[in-house]
Design a binder for this molecule. Sequence first.
Ligand SMILES: [Zn+2]
Ligand SMILES: [Zn+2]
Length: 245
Amino acid sequence: MHFFVKIKKIILDTLFPVSCLSCGAPEHWVCEQCFAETKMREQQSCPWCEKIATLKGKLCFFCKEQKKSRLDGLVAAVSYENPFVKQATYNLKYRFASELASPLSEILLKSLLENDISLPKYVVPVPLHRRRLRWRGFNQSQLLAEKISAGLAPPVKIEMLDALERRKHKKPQMEIKKYRDRLDNVKGIFSLKTKPSKIKGARILLVDDIATTGATLQECAGVLKENGARYVFAAVIARQTMKQN
Ligand SMILES: [Zn+2]
Ligand SMILES: [Zn+2]
């Protein structure tokens, strides 16, 4: 970890000591009881229209026919309204609390297993821009992706492939209100970092912490598919629905 990132973390940990984000019990970010009580999403829905419930979060029949979505499926582990998850993902990002990747990836894994997804060849994290990576000290999506690649089908370790690169440093999606503007904000900012031959015909699982509009995931899936990936689906801790805006 970068020196300044360490300092920031020490200051934060002193000012706000670690306690369960849900019930306040000391020492852990999430206590055993609250972890066990985390309510998983019982139903997944189509990643494009977000309206039709589908098995394993695959595209619904209509959206598949329209061929607009480059993402073939999306599993969101819990509801965005879940207060623990809201806090945890926020702290993972802004408090440099990489320890939170562990309980959060457990939640992601649980959801992937419950949804009985077919195993991917690679787990690919949504990348951060290198400037942001330097500031934060880690890419939260990569931490989650590492844990998923190790925990999805033990003892088999599915390869985590850092396949994508974020080119331009644009505004964080969270700061943009309108759905259309969010789409424009991420258009064309990702590119492939590995050889296309490596992902040719592959089934790929993209990993991110929160999907806000799905625009980022759509862009990443687009790049992977243009370079030969056969099937691209994604896993996120939660998804914020805002297509109707
Ligand atoms: Zn608790
Ligand atoms: Zn649909």
